[in-house]
Design a protein around this ligand. Structure first.
Ligand code: HEM
Length: 368
């Protein structure tokens, strides 16, 4: 028998997966937000382990957001006849319900498409992406909870495999529900498989559609902000100094820094835009540099870059990171001197941290 696919049962089946993807996106997005912009009470408590934590949560954020796009399109196709029901407003309650659906649909479309464009570093809008994406995430979550409450009776009736008493209207033609759901699952599988390799590197050879490939970039690692974009192309080793401010402030030349005990760690650069890749970094432990300045163990640090402008020119890192032996002021990548685009002469590399906070072209560190 052919089925009407614009029904509550199909809306529930697709809604389940869409809801799960949106919730995963919300939770991982909130994590990313607070790791990047922690309030004071949280800054010192952010954990540096697991070292791959941010790589995992942000990879999942972008993957679930991309998977939600075909799910949202399928869901809207399933329910669109309901949007044209006449008369459009029957009562105050009905008007409120429709207003909440309008917010839900608008917020879902905005979040998924603005997020997707952000992964391609394309910002065709006049507002700042981060605060707006964060605010709309809450709006979307609120509208979704309301939607689930309003539709609860229908969702409950159609959740199980075979719901007794379900009214399925036969229609003249059209694929059946199983084919539709298989098609939607195939679309989700296809967009996931062709993009997830940007962070889940075992699948990197299928990474055909993601804006970044983890292997493409200088020294085998992608670069988001180049030295030219940051206007720090003319750093000379002879003139560069690292200033460390603390109880006993001091300055080091590049040779003096290179003469300090060096450590090699394997850590990922995990970009907020979803790509990530592990690499071997060699340099001086941040905690050794701070200890020499007389800072107590677990002190926070403010790190200043040679960049003249940019939101991430000055970065603060809490004690959880500075105390971790994996947190380095790195001088080498993959055994070779850092290239200018990777932050020559020195950059921060710390575990469980977004790429934008792995400050490049470091010139000053202030124990706090
Ligand atoms: C971002 C996520 C979602 C969006 C944008 C969305 C959108 C919509 C829209 C526009 C409608 C038609 C509204 C109306 O006129 O009544 C609808 C109906 C419905 N939605 Fe959702 N929805 C989402 C998530 C979910 C989830 C997670 C579930 C359940 C697991 C769900 C279950 C339903 C059901 C049962 C209906 C009624 C369908 C019918 O009566 O034919 N939705 N949804």
């Amino acid at each position: 028998m052919k089925l009407n696919l614009h029904d509550a049962r199909t809306a529930t089946s697709i809604g389940r997966w869409l809801g799960a993807a949106i919730v995963v996106c919300f939770v991982t997005g909130v994590i990313s937000h607070y790791v990047q912009l922690p309030p004071d009470w949280l800054a010192g408590a952010l954990p540096s382990r697991p070292s791959w934590g941010y790589r995992f949560t942000q990879g999942l954020h972008v993957a679930s957001g991309i998977a939600a796009i075909p799910l949202l399109l399928a869901k809207l196709w399933t329910v669109y006849p309901r949007l044209f029901i006449w008369p459009p407003l029957r009562s105050v309650r009905h008007a409120l319900e429709r207003a909440s659906v309008a917010v839900l649909v608008g917020a879902a479309i905005f979040q998924l498409f603005s997020g997707l464009l952000n992964t391609a570093q394309w910002y065709p809008w006049p507002f700042s992406f981060v605060p707006v994406h964060f605010a709309v995430a809450w709006l979307l979550l609120g509208a979704l909870v309301l939607h689930l409450a309003v539709k609860y009776p229908e969702i409950k009736a159609h959740w199980g495999k075979r719901s007794p008493g379900t009214l399925e209207l036969p229609v003249a033609e059209g694929p059946d529900r199983r084919s539709l759901l298989t098609g939607v699952a195939a679309a989700v599988g296809a967009v996931t498989l062709t993009t997830v390799g940007q962070s889940f590197t075992p699948l990197k050879r299928f990474d055909l559609l993601a804006p970044r490939h983890p292997d493409h970039g200088e020294q085998g690692l992608p670069v988001n902000r180049t030295a030219a974009a940051a206007r720090v192309t003319d750093v000379s080793a002879a003139d560069w100094r690292l200033t460390v401010l603390g109880k006993y402030s001091y300055e080091l030349t590049l040779d003096e820094l290179a003469a300090m005990p060096q450590h090699t760690v394997t850590l990922p650069i995990a970009c907020v835009e979803g790509w990530s890749k592990s690499a071997d970094w060699t340099g001086v432990r941040v905690r050794d540099l701070l200890e020499r300045a007389g800072a107590r163990p677990g002190s926070a640090v403010r790190v200043v870059s040679l960049e003249r402008r940019g939101s991430y020119r000055v970065m603060e890192m809490g004690g959880g990171y500075t105390d971790d032996p994996l947190t380095l002021l790195a001088l080498r990548l993959g055994g070779r001197t850092l290239s200018p685009d990777h932050g020559y002469p020195a950059r921060i590399i710390a575990p469980n941290r977004p790429g934008v906070l792995q400050t490049k072209w470091v010139t000053r560190m202030e124990a706090m």
